[in-house]
Design a protein around this ligand. Structure first.
Ligand code: 0X9
Ligand code: ZN
Ligand code: ZN
Length: 305
């Protein structure tokens, strides 16, 4: 059965998308933005009060890297928290009345399924590579942002393989097409990974600062202090290259260069004690604290369009 304080497999998440959408018709609609390499649907839920007029939007994805199970758990938590606190939590009510959240709960569905059935530590997509027996591309090295120039490999056997070309992965192409199509309304791009307790913003493909560096830094510091206020969890924030490592081809840098100023990568709990194997007992506190950061960013975006 589905639960918010456990890890759910793909079949369970797929059923949950249908049921939570059906149960909240005034606040959620869902669509398929394309299929994965192995043919599974990539769902995007639109969460927001249906007003009939065009609203600004925030795009958030989870599950880029298969083994980072806390990430899809957070996207599910976020959707549930949004619909259950709408009407009672004043900040969430204002957010959903005035903007839409596009939520992609699992980006790398094939990899996620593989991490459940075959290899818990799988990271990449599951596409075949011509001329190699190694499977998969790192989807966060596959976007048009200094593609494959630094912190990425052209070897298909590498965990950071950048792919045969920009958007070679159908999952990358589906995501990029959706964001390009909705570029006029998408004001923020949030992508949720684990682990290391970081809140990163562009750039990662260069040490250069973006023209929006000071605003991105101050918003990230505000978001982190909101997060830390709940359970004391310490986060570091900063531009990706200097804060974690230089790595090109990421979706965050791509979205920023497309014109989406508020582009952030979350690296959720923990700092490495459990790493990708974060126990289910930490799902609730992790999601609770991360909600505060996402709401902080969203409120900033709403007030500074
Ligand atoms: O390396 C990554 O893709 C992310 N870390 S992870 O451990 N989840 O794999 C960090 C991504 C930061 N942003 C870019 N490199 N663009
Ligand atoms: Zn990741
Ligand atoms: Zn708590």
């Amino acid at each position: 059965a589905h639960g918010y304080t456990k890890y759910n497999d793909w079949a369970t998440i797929n059923d949950w998308v249908s049921s939570i959408t059906a149960a909240n018709a005034d606040l959620i609609s869902s669509q398929v933005i394309g299929n994965t390499y192995e043919g599974r649907p990539m769902h995007v839920l639109t969460v927001g009060k249906k007003t009939g007029s065009a609203k600004q939007a925030i795009f958030m994805d989870c599950g880029f890297h298969a083994r980072e199970w806390i990430s899809p758990a957070f996207c599910q938590w976020f959707v549930n928290e949004a619909v259950t606190t709408y009407g009672t939590d004043s900040e969430m009510t204002t957010l959903l009345d005035n903007m839409d959240f596009f939520v992609l709960p699992v980006f790398n569905v094939d990899g996620y399924e593989h991490s459940w059935t075959n290899d818990r530590m799988w990271r990449k997509t599951r596409s075949k590579n011509s001329g190699s027996n190694c499977i998969g591309t790192d989807p966060n090295r596959n976007f048009d942002a200094g593609w494959c120039t630094i912190g990425a490999s052209s070897n298909p056997c590498s965990e950071t393989y950048c792919g045969s070309s920009i958007e070679s992965e159908i999952e990358s192409k589906n995501l990029a097409n959706f964001i390009r199509t909705n570029k006029a309304i998408i004001k923020a791009y949030l992508t949720v990974h684990s682990y290391s307790q970081l809140l990163l913003f562009p750039y990662s493909y260069t040490y250069d600062h973006t023209p929006d560096h000071s605003e991105l830094l101050s918003v990230s510091r505000g978001a982190v202090s909101a997060l830390t206020s709940l359970h004391g969890t310490r986060y570091t924030s900063g531009p990706g290259a200097a804060t974690i490592y230089p790595a090109a081809g990421g979706s965050d840098d791509w979205a920023y260069d497309l014109g989406i100023k508020y582009s952030y990568t979350f690296e959720l709990r923990d700092e490495g004690f459990y790493g990708f194997l974060l126990p289910e007992s930490q799902i609730q506190p992790t999601c609770e604290e991360t909600m505060l950061a996402v709401k902080y960013i969203a409120t900033h975006v709403l007030n500074n369009p």
